[in-house]
Design a protein around this ligand. Structure first.
Ligand code: CUA
Length: 161
């Protein structure tokens, strides 16, 4: 019966089409469970209808956790970030902790390679250090409605005196 014969050229296609997805799956497992790399935006859950009573989102803003280490607590909502201006001194290490009160927003601070999805019900978190004084715009990069393009803010890194 000729139907059961697998020709060499068929094998040359079949093997990679199995090996490539298996390789990708292995790479995914190694990065997720071995290296602990996860999608930013999976740092916990919160009830988006109760942000006013839920720390730290009941008090959006910047707090100094210890000398040189700050946490910026950000609530995204149509169509603004609260706060939309963040001031820290140069050299500050800032952890951005964000969530959404309504729909899916984004938080992109591309100068320092931060790119978060800000989902209602989820906490997103990312940390960076601002070495030099200057201004860095952050913006919403998930389409969230008619005024999406107005949704931005900035980090102002002040000169240390
Ligand atoms: Cu918020 Cu686009």
């Amino acid at each position: 019966m000729r139907g059961t014969t697998i020709y060499l050229y068929e094998l040359a296609w079949i093997l990679p089409s199995v090996a490539i997805p298996v390789g990708m799956l292995v790479a995914l497992m190694v990065t997720a469970f071995g290296a602990g790399i996860h999608v930013p935006g999976d740092a916990g859950r919160v009830d988006p209808t109760r942000l006013a009573e839920t720390p730290p989102f009941n008090a959006p803003g910047v707090v100094e956790l210890e000398p040189g280490r700050y946490e910026a607590r950000i609530v995204a909502g149509i169509w603004l970030f609260t706060p939309n201006e963040i001031r820290v001194p140069a050299g500050a290490t800032v952890t951005f902790v964000a969530t959404s009160r309504d729909v899916i927003h984004g938080f992109s601070l591309h100068d320092v390679n931060i790119n978060l999805m800000v989902l209602p019900g989820r906490v997103a978190r990312a940390t960076t250090t601002f070495e030099r004084p200057g201004e860095h715009v952050f913006l919403c990069h998930e389409y969230c409605g008619i005024a999406h393009h107005t949704m931005f803010g900035k980090v102002i890194v002040e000169d240390r005196r």
